[in-house]
Design a protein around this ligand. Structure first.
Ligand SMILES: *[C@@H]1O[C@H](CO)[C@@H](O)[C@H](O)[C@H]1NC(C)=O
Ligand SMILES: *[C@@H]1O[C@H](CO)[C@@H](O)[C@H](O)[C@H]1NC(C)=O
Ligand SMILES: *[C@@H]1O[C@H](CO)[C@@H](O)[C@H](O)[C@H]1NC(C)=O
Length: 787
């Protein structure tokens, strides 16, 4: 483990080294000045060993300093460096013997910088020229043979071989030319007197001096020298220094005194009056400085900018009254002032940035330039805001903009990154640049439902198209990545596909029934999916509960409903108050409240004799039977459910107070008029059997009473098993999860059994119905006494 970390450390270090040193070898080329645009300078692809497609994929390009012209560019198709603008060596480098243009070749991802130096070769495109067309010399006739007269040099902007190589003097009788080199290195000619002058013979001599350069073809310039022969002798002025040097801060105001040159002349009077004038100098310098012809003072006459030119050279000529002259060189060096703020240039930017880029990803490239020099040019670059970006110094004055943290478009969509660059001059200058960076969406959020699960309660017998509920999911992503579409997941309800039960609106999430439900509880799964690629989804459960409607009238199972009943219960004469006589059994097809049944006696022969238990339907004597009671008792019982509105049914019951079956024939009177003899015999059989069972029942009751102390509940005590045909078709717990809502309502079908009637149902009594019967919800909510 430790070893591994060490390895990683080394790798990281190697990476750092690589990152910091990816300035590659220099490229150098040479090209003649004044080449046509598009001329090929060299093949960069070959020299760097890069394939052409890589060259263009990495956006190879030439970068120059701010404000500098781009003289060449990369032809990405052929990998060549070509001339893109006219290059004039003299404009670039003046008289410097060697002229090199420097720029950078930039390749991105990873950033790679190559220094390119382009040597500009001189061509002989400038002819030598003299400062004036005519040089006037005044020479005394007494001048001795060998006297020397300096002639100002011609100037050729070209260098080397193309610069002035020689002078020739037109053949004449008096002068020859002698070539001299000044201490500053320039060549000039001297006229040397070979044969004495005679004013009386010739007062004016005209000579032609030609300067020649060494180029091919050779170029030349000429000047006319007018020599006037004078009577007296004369001395030329002499400068106190061969070269004057001065330093001047840039931005010096106009008329600032720079330097004073001075020359003295040994002569007196007019011959000793020295005047100064600027002779050979570039046009640029001519606009920058002025010279006081009388005093030799040089002043600032233009806008001095170090960044334009840091050095000016000029020649000052001193002349006496007779026109004898000499010259001296003045060199003015300009010193830098921190007058340029750094300039921040955004060289490239990934826009927009996908939100899933890992921290440390390079997203932009920034170049900072300061036109000042040295300390004034050193720039620090940083970001002060709290943004997940930072600048990493790269090669030279390049910085990489990298992410420092994860980006989240759902959190921040745009960043305005303010970059500050300040130089180290005094006072320092700084500048700001704001880069707008936007974050692009990636499908990184799945739709999330508002609720963990949804439930819907639907009354039974609903119409198809009924809206059950609507589900809603949110996805914070952008556009299609955040567009939620709802759909039902395939599944089955009671063997049929869910789609035959429900439909969901893909856009709104509204769930509608497709048909009328008879299934009391089912679950479906709804999926919310976004439209991204790949799409993301989440699922939710929708539980549908069908709620009961009170549409079933209680159904009386025992005795048979009113009008058709010939059932008669036998009541022993000795029955005491509170004895169980019979029981009305009824069921209701509904569930819940709608199936809670209550029993009431609405009509009876002797209202004080029998009572019925409101909930169990058990009919008991209210008091002891006395002899005076009518033997034949008739009661009408109404069974009502608890629905809104409630539904009810009624039945009649005949009770015969008798111990003796011999009294049975009197039953005939109790029966309805329409009873037939055949029916009567059935009735007799029924009565006999009922009575027999009643007696058995009494015995069992007694037995039970006895046993109950030890065995508190007997299966059929308080429980009547209903034949399965009376149960609703789907009574099972669909949920299976124990969710007790409507499921248990079906238990309400069950009412405590009549002891006299238990036998009718015992055959179908089984564990299943018992389980349903013992449902907790039922026990808790239905106030039946299940002793
Ligand atoms: C960024 O700047 C732009 C233009 O100045 C502005 O419209 C935008 O609201 C800014 N964004 C932030 C996140 O500040
Ligand atoms: C959605 O996300 C994908 C990547 O998951 C991305 O390519 C696409 O541009 C995003 N769409 C929009 C509209 O932002
Ligand atoms: C949603 O259910 C479908 C089908 O069962 C499944 O393919 C998908 O992965 C589930 N999606 C989620 C987020 O659980």
């Amino acid at each position: 483990m430790e070893h591994l970390m060490e390895n990683q450390g080394i790798l990281f270090f190697v990476f750092l080294l690589y990152a910091l040193h990816y300035v590659h070898g220099d490229l150098s080329y040479s090209v003649q000045e004044e080449m046509k645009r598009g001329s090929v300078i060299g093949n960069i692809a070959k020299d760097l060993g890069l394939r052409l497609d890589i060259l263009s994929a990495r956006k190879a390009r030439i970068e120059t300093e701010e404000n500098q012209r781009r003289y060449c560019e990369v032809n990405l198709k052929r990998g060549e460096l070509i001339v893109s603008e006219r290059i004039d060596r003299e404009e670039q480098c003046g008289e410097k013997p060697s002229c090199v243009l420097k720029f950078e070749l930039l390749l991105e991802s990873p950033l790679e910088l190559h220094r390119v130096s382009l040597q500009i070769q001189d061509i002989n495109d400038n002819a030598p020229s003299f400062p004036t067309d005519i040089i006037k010399l005044e020479i005394s006739e007494s001048a001795a043979k060998g006297a020397r007269y300096r002639v100002n040099a011609a100037h050729d902007s070209d260098v080397g071989q193309n610069a002035i190589q020689s002078y020739t003097l037109q053949r004449n009788n008096h002068f020859i030319l002698n070539l001299q080199t000044t201490s500053a290195g320039s060549k000039y000619g001297e006229l040397v007197l070979e044969k004495e002058l005679d004013r009386e013979e010739q007062q004016q001599i005209r000579l032609l001096l030609t300067a020649l350069d060494g180029g091919t073809p050779q170029r030349s310039g000429t000047v006319v020298i007018d020599v006037t022969v004078l009577d007296a002798n004369d001395n030329a002025p002499v400068f106190s220094q061969a070269v004057y040097e001065a330093r001047l801060p840039e931005n010096s105001p106009l008329k600032t005194h720079v330097i004073t040159v001075s020359a003295t002349d040994a002569d007196e009077g007019v011959n000793g009056d020295v005047t100064y004038e600027l002779s050979r100098m570039s046009d640029k310098s001519r606009n920058m400085f002025s010279l006081d012809g009388q005093t030799g003072e040089i002043f600032v006459a233009g806008n001095i900018d170090f960044e334009e030119d840091s050095k000016y050279e000029m020649f000052v000529e001193a002349k006496d009254g007779y026109g004898l002259s000499s010259d001296s060189k003045v060199i003015i060096s300009i010193t830098d002032i921190n007058d340029n703020a750094p300039v921040i240039v955004l060289k490239s930017l990934t826009a927009p940035i996908p939100e899933n880029v890992p921290p440390g990803t390079e997203v932009g490239l920034i170049n900072v330039q300061d036109r000042d020099s040295e300390k004034n040019k050193q720039v620090r670059c940083y970001i002060q805001q709290m943004v997940p970006f930072k600048l990493i110094p790269s090669i030279k004055n390049y910085y990489s903009l990298v992410t420092t943290d994860k980006l989240d478009r759902e959190d921040v969509t745009d960043y305005n990154i303010t970059i500050t660059a300040s130089d180290t001059g005094s006072p320092p200058l700084s500048s700001l640049k704001t880069i707008q960076v936007s974050v692009a969406d990636v499908n990184d959020n799945q739709p999330v439902f508002e609720e963990q699960s949804y439930s819907s309660y639907v009354p039974e017998n609903n119409k198809p198209g009924h809206s059950l509920c609507s589900v809603k999911a949110h996805d914070p992503d952008w556009r299609q990545n955040g567009t939620v579409i709802y759909s039902l997941l395939p599944g089955e309800v009671n063997g049929a596909p869910v789609s035959s039960y429900l439909s969901v609106n893909g856009d709104t999430g509204v769930i509608q029934s497709v048909r009328s439900f008879d299934y009391e509880h089912f679950k479906v799964y709804v999926m919310a999916r976004d439209n991204g690629s790949p799409p993301l989804s989440s699922n939710v459960t929708v539980s549908v509960f069908i709620t009961d409607v009170n549409d079933n009238t209680p159904q009386i199972l025992y005795p048979a409903p009113e009008g058709n009943s010939f059932m008669t219960e036998l009541v022993p004469k000795a029955a005491q108050g509170g004895s169980l006589v019979s029981k009305v059994i009824a069921v209701d097809g509904d569930s819940g409240q709608n199936a809670w049944l209550s029993y009431q006696i609405i009509k009876s022969t002797d209202p004080g004799l029998f009572k019925i238990d409101l909930h169990s339907g058990e009919i008991r004597t209210q008091r002891d039977i006395s002899d005076s009671d009518n033997m034949k008792q008739n009661i009408v019982v109404s069974v009502k459910d608890n629905g809104q509105p409630s539904l009810s049914a009624t039945c009649s019951m005949f009770l015969l107070i008798s111990d003796n079956l011999a009294e049975v024939p009197e039953l005939k009177d109790m029966a309805y008029e329409d009873s037939s003899s055949k029916l009567t015999s059935y009735l007799i059989i029924a009565l006999v059997s009922v009575s027999t069972f009643f007696l058995t029942f009494i015995i069992i009751i007694l037995g039970l009473r006895f046993c109950r102390r030890r065995k508190p509940r007997l299966l059929f005590d308080g429980a009547v098993a209903i034949p399965s045909s009376y149960l609703p078709p789907n009574y099972a717990d669909v949920d299976g999860t124990g969710t007790l809502r409507s499921t248990c309502n079906y238990d309400a079908y069950l009412t405590t059994g009549s002891r006299t009637s238990d036998f009718k149902f015992l055959t179908s009594y089984n564990d299943n119905t018992l389980a349903v019967y013992h449902c907790n919800a039922f026990v808790n909510t239905i106030p039946f006494n299940l002793n």
